[in-house]
Structures are given as C-alpha cells and as structure tokens.
Ligand binder design. Structure first.
Ligand code: ZN
Ligand code: ZN
Length: 416
C-alpha cells in the first residue's frame, strides 16, 4: 500500500488496504429509492393540486431552516467536523434539525461522509464515492443505490457520539421523524402544508444535496489542490446562499476542520454568519479556522500562482524574454484535453513532462515551485530551448494566453 498522507492517520476510517475503498458494487437500495421517489411524486402532484402561497412560504422557510441550522451547522460543521463548541442541548437541537433534511440518521450520515472523505483523499477511489460518472448515472446511483464495498473499512465513531442515546434513537427512527412535523403542519394548514412543508422540503433537500455534491466534485473554481487525491473539491459561487455556504467545497477539501467555509473575500457563507452571531450571544465558542488546523504537506495553494491578467502576463513575458525560463522547467500535465502525442510534438525533446492525472490544470514547475498554469504555462514550455522564431511567436501570443487564462478561471486574490 502507498504511504498515506499524515492527515489521514487520525481519520475515523481505519482502512488497511486501498482496495477497501475501490472495490465494490453499486446496488439498488429499495428503501432509499422509494423514500426519495415517493416524496418527489407527492411533492410534484400534491404541489400542483394543493398549491397555496402560504404553503409555498412554509416550504421556503422550513427548507432554509433545516439546511442552515440542521444540515450545515448541526450535522456537518458540528457533528462530523466538530469545528466549533456549543452546549450539548444546542448540539442536539441542531442535529435534530439536520435529521429533518431526510438524508439519513445522524450516525449513518457521519459514516457516509467519513467514508467519502477518506476515499477522496486517496490516489484512487470508487467512482460512486467521487461522483465520477455522468450526471445521469450519478443521480441514479446517489439517489437510489448504495455502494456495497467488498471489504468495507472500519469506521470508528467516538463514544461521545456513538453511545449518545438521543442520536441512536434518531438513527433508528430518522424517516419517522417527519411524522410529528407532518401532524403539526396538518393541524396548522391542512394537507397543502404537509405536501409543501414535508414532502417538497425533503425531496428538494435530498435532490439538492446530490446536485451540489456532483458539481462540487466536477466543475467550479479551485484555490487549493490536494496533491495525490482521487478528486478535488470545487467552489460553486452561485449556490453559496442556497447551500448556506456548503458549496465552497474546494475550501472544505483544503480545510475540512474549519467552521468557516467561505474563506475568501466575496465568498458568502450564511452558516458562518449565524455561527458568529451565536458566538456573540455566548452560545458557541472555539470556532476553528484554517490557521488553527495542522499543516498538510499535500495541500498546494493554486492562487499563489499569479491570478490577474497583468501578473500572468508579466511573469509570462519575463519567462519568454530576457532571463528566459530556468533550465529545469517541467510541465505537469493532467492527461486530459491535450494528448501525449500532441504535447510531445509541441515541446522540445529536452523539456520534461510529468503525467499527473490528479492535477486539475496544466502547470509549469521549476525547482518544486509552480510558475504558471494553463495556456501561459504551455507557451513558455513551447518556447523552451527553441529558436528565436518560436519565441517571438509565443511572445505575440502572450497577451491572448494570459487573457484566456483569466477569463477561464477568475481566482480571487485574497489570501486565506
Ligand atoms: Zn468532497
Ligand atoms: Zn465535510
């Protein structure tokens, strides 16, 4: 087995072999499938027949409350990551609201999260665990099936959580926990309140959780790369408010223990806003931030590479002109978009290339330091050890290359 990152030594998942998270079969899970499809059908047909604005308002408010206080703060930032401290009663209230999302019981959700988190940090993991197939297949898998690993690793949950009588009760009865809420809503506003306040809320929460999970591992901005990981988290800006800050998933992969997910300027994080308000009221304390976490050698800051078109251009021109690129430059190439034959054809024989499928971008490296990404990196590599004509051509292309790179990915420049 390859040496694992030090950060996995204290993980709740205790795998003895890589195969424990790569070998398995995705099987239809009748309970999960009927739960999701049943809720969705009632929400769609009942929603059309029983629509009222008051019921719709109940859907919006109740969904917002369970996603923000329940899923984001209770289940994720507290129970799973313990990224802040609060009184036990408040933790239980938040976790109870998390169960109301309708994804799983608190212990089941924690196990699923930990397995996924562990598997994604390894060099390879099952495509189910990294949302690695087409969106249609992934939707079928995540919403209707379970992954049956041949040799599932042991997951150790600390006794404080595993032996908690309330959490064990919620684990056994998580689907039934919708019932008291349904009765309450029925007494308050009749069947339309049940359809919108329970079925539409649960189906939207479960579907939204999958949708964000899919995009947050396939498309979106990156500030950090976890070297050697099977998949990288992505930040999805336009869903930051809808997900209560959870869609800053690249930040979360980089700093899983941070209570704050929107780490850069302009990254809205409603979960963090509520935590700071609760801190002012004295209800939460010891909020953890990236600076409080153990350093991880496998974590690389991508936005340390010049981000604005000006900086990209300046570095690109310096490398192409007078001083030229250092002799030891190396192109790190993810093996996508540009084939190996085309890459070899473009570069001189003396330029080193390294295939790194886990890398999200084409990188230009020298002495272990990253100099440029994407098209500008390719321009410098093409001109390396080549004659004056190729260099001049690359110089002419430089403004376009830097502009293209900036248009493609707009990295914020504020440091964490
Ligand atoms: Zn993830
Ligand atoms: Zn997490």
């Amino acid at each position: 087995m390859n040496p694992l990152p030090q950060s996995l030594a204290m993980h709740r998942v205790r795998a003895t072999d890589l195969a424990t998270v790569t070998e398995g079969e995705v099987r239809w899970s009748p309970g999960k499938s009927i739960w999701f499809i049943g809720m969705t059908l009632v929400a769609v047909f009942g929603g059309v027949l029983l629509f009222s604005w008051s019921a719709f308002a109940l859907f919006i408010v109740s969904t917002g409350v369970v996603l923000l206080l329940g899923h984001s703060l209770g289940s994720h930032r507290k129970l799973i990551h313990n990224s802040f401290q609060c009184p036990r009663w408040l933790e239980r209230v938040l976790v109870y609201l998390g169960v109301q999302v309708g994804l799983a019981g608190p212990l089941g959700l924690l196990r699923q999260h930990e397995l996924r988190d562990y598997a994604q940090r390894l060099p390879d993991c099952h495509p189910y665990l990294r949302h690695g197939r087409s969106p249609y297949l992934d939707a079928w898998w995540q919403l209707n099936c379970d992954l049956q690993l041949i040799n599932a690793p042991e997951i150790q949950i600390e006794p404080r959580i595993a032996n908690d009588v309330f959490y064990r009760f919620l684990e056994r009865t998580w689907m039934w926990q919708q019932l008291p809420v349904a009765v309450l809503f029925y007494l308050w506003g009749g069947w339309s309140f049940v359809v919108f306040g329970v079925c539409a809320r649960v189906s939207t929460g479960v579907f939204g959780h999958w949708l964000i999970g899919y995009f947050a591992h396939n498309h979106g901005e990156m500030h950090h790369e976890v070297r050697g990981a099977a998949v990288q988290g992505r930040n999805i800006r336009w869903t930051s408010l809808l997900t209560m800050g959870e869609s800053w998933h690249n930040n979360h992969h980089a700093f899983p223990g941070s209570a704050r997910l929107g780490l850069h300027r302009g990254q809205w994080d409603p979960g963090w806003w509520v935590l700071t308000a609760l801190q002012r009221l004295g209800l939460v304390w010891a909020l953890r931030l990236p600076a409080h976490l153990e350093p991880r050698p496998e974590l690389v800051r991508l936005d340390a590479i010049p981000s604005s078109s000006n900086l990209q251009l300046r570095r690109l021109l310096t490398l192409l002109c007078s001083s030229g690129a250092p002799d030891d430059i190396e192109i790190v190439w993810p093996g996508r978009r540009v084939g190996s034959a085309s890459l070899r054809w473009m570069l001189s024989n003396t330029t080193r290339t390294t295939l790194e499928p886990s890398s999200s971008r084409l990188l230009l490296r020298s002495g272990g330091q990253e100099l440029l990404v994407g098209v500008p990196a390719l321009c410098v590599a093409i001109a390396h050890h080549r004659g004056v004509w190729v260099r001049s051509l690359m110089l002419l292309c430089a403004p376009l290359a830097a502009g293209l790179e900036c248009a493609r990915d707009c990295y914020p420049t504020t440091a964490v």
